[in-house]
Design a protein around this ligand. Structure first.
Ligand SMILES: Nc1ncnc2c1ncn2[C@@H]1O[C@H](COP(=O)(O)OP(=O)(O)O)[C@@H](O)[C@H]1O
Ligand SMILES: [Mg+2]
Length: 152
């Protein structure tokens, strides 16, 4: 759906659904942990429109909004929903370099394992890991010399 395609068109109905979403947002605003709301229905029934409305309500309640798209037919590597949302949380644009990510990690004051997870989710190389890994090169063992008793 094109962004803002329904802009200016008032939402009709959906009172019960909006009430449920408002209740979830209010609970989170009062300190409850996050929640997942799954919106499903046949094409054209109004899922996107409802989500837009909930986003607008959330914005009015002071929530930041971060979007990621999951498409049935997949997505370009590096632009998946999780990556897009994590990048958004760090204030990064869609296409960013590793250096941009490192600056954002510093700015967000992320520490320790959080940095590892963020780099992993953003699909950029890890840094500063040399003290945590020991590199082992495994080679084929040399064949054992044949003993006199084993030869036929
Ligand atoms: N409750 C509603 N009030 C007004 N317009 C709606 C409502 N639900 C859907 N629409 C309109 O109907 C069309 C299809 O809705 P959409 O949200 O794109 O469906 P879906 O995402 O389920 O495929 C859009 O033009 C949308 O703006
Ligand atoms: Mg839709």
């Amino acid at each position: 759906m094109k962004r803002g395609a329904s802009a200016g068109v008032p939402l009709v109905g959906r009172r019960a659904e909006l009430e449920q979403c408002r209740a979830v947002l209010a609970a989170i605003g009062e300190g409850a942990s996050g929640a997942v709301v799954v919106v499903r229905g046949e094409p054209g029934i109004g899922k996107t429109r409802l989500v837009e409305e909930v986003q607008s309500i959330a914005a009015g309640m002071g929530f930041a909004r971060h979007m990621g798209w999951v498409l049935d037919f997949g997505t370009e590597r590096g632009h998946g929903a999780v990556r897009t949302i994590v990048a958004g949380l760090l204030g990064l644009e869609r296409d960013t370099s590793s250096d941009d990510v490192e600056s954002a990690i510093d700015a967000a004051k992320l520490m320790g394992d959080d940095c590892l997870y963020v780099r992993d989710l953003l699909e950029i190389p890890q840094r500063g890991m040399t003290d945590r890994f020991t590199r082992l090169s495994i080679e084929r063992p040399a064949p054992a010399p044949r003993s006199a008793s084993s030869s036929v």
